[in-house]
Design a protein around this ligand. Structure first.
Ligand SMILES: Cc1cc2nc3c(=O)[nH]c(=O)nc-3n(C[C@H](O)[C@H](O)[C@H](O)COP(=O)(O)O)c2cc1C
Length: 201
């Protein structure tokens, strides 16, 4: 896996799915790596962020520049702007559908389309439950086009002690997918291996 070098540029897109608590640990991690992060937020993303976290996009840490969702002349519209990767966190089923079909109806869809055509990393932290057939088909289509489908599922085997710690385990996952060397990350195998006693109750 490629390793990130400082000053690379990444895009974080926020859409109107549940799971806003995953943003802060991920952004903190990006910050600690010294990479540049730009942001785009959908209208529904703005609403759900306010509802779940009581925050506006500008309150989030470490995003150097925000682009308007309707501004197709903003840098993320073009492959020549040189983003190394993009994470849609959380990714709604509506945005997933638009990306999987290449609709480019707003700057998030367009940026994702650009990242795919440039063969750069596009990670979709899709969130819905349960999934219907359309959701599943759209995920497969996005996967086949080159996106990484990475739903916000914490690693409970790492025994997080709080929601914030659980969110951090997922942020490590995202960081891994981007090739980010995260110092605080814990791995399976860091804890002493406990043999399962098949005969115990
Ligand atoms: C509180 C709240 C939670 C939501 N959670 C989800 C969700 O988990 N997944 C999803 O696909 N849509 C969810 N929605 C609906 C989306 O916000 C809606 O479909 C919206 O049109 C998505 O637009 P966007 O993709 O441009 O952000 C939620 C809406 C609200 C108000």
């Amino acid at each position: 896996m490629d390793t990130i070098t400082a000053n690379e540029k990444y895009l974080v897109a926020i859409t109107g799915a549940s799971g806003m608590l995953f943003l802060r640990p991920f952004l903190d991690m990006m910050n600690a790596q010294g990479v540049i992060v730009h942001g785009i937020c959908s209208d529904a993303g703005r609403d759900v962020l306010a509802y779940e976290e009581g925050l506006a996009p500008a309150d989030l840490p470490g995003i150097e520049q925000w682009f308007d969702l309707r501004d197709f002349s903003a840098p993320p519209s073009s492959g020549s702007s040189g983003y190394a990767g993009m994470v849609v966190l959380p990714c709604s089923m509506g945005t997933l559908a638009a990306i999987s079909c290449g609709l480019s109806m707003n700057l998030i869809h367009r940026a994702a389309d650009v990242l795919l055509k440039e063969r750069k990393k596009l990670i979709l932290a899709v969130r819905e439950t349960p999934f219907n057939r359309t959701h599943l088909q759209n995920m497969l289509q996005a996967h086949d086009a080159g996106a990484i489908i990475c739903p916000p599922m914490p690693g409970f085997y790492l025994k997080p002690q709080s929601l914030a710690e659980a969110a951090e385990t997922f942020a490590w996952r995202l960081a891994d997918q981007l090739g980010l060397p995260v110092a605080s990350k814990r791995f399976w195998g860091d804890r002493p291996h406990v043999e399962k006693d098949r005969h115990s109750a």
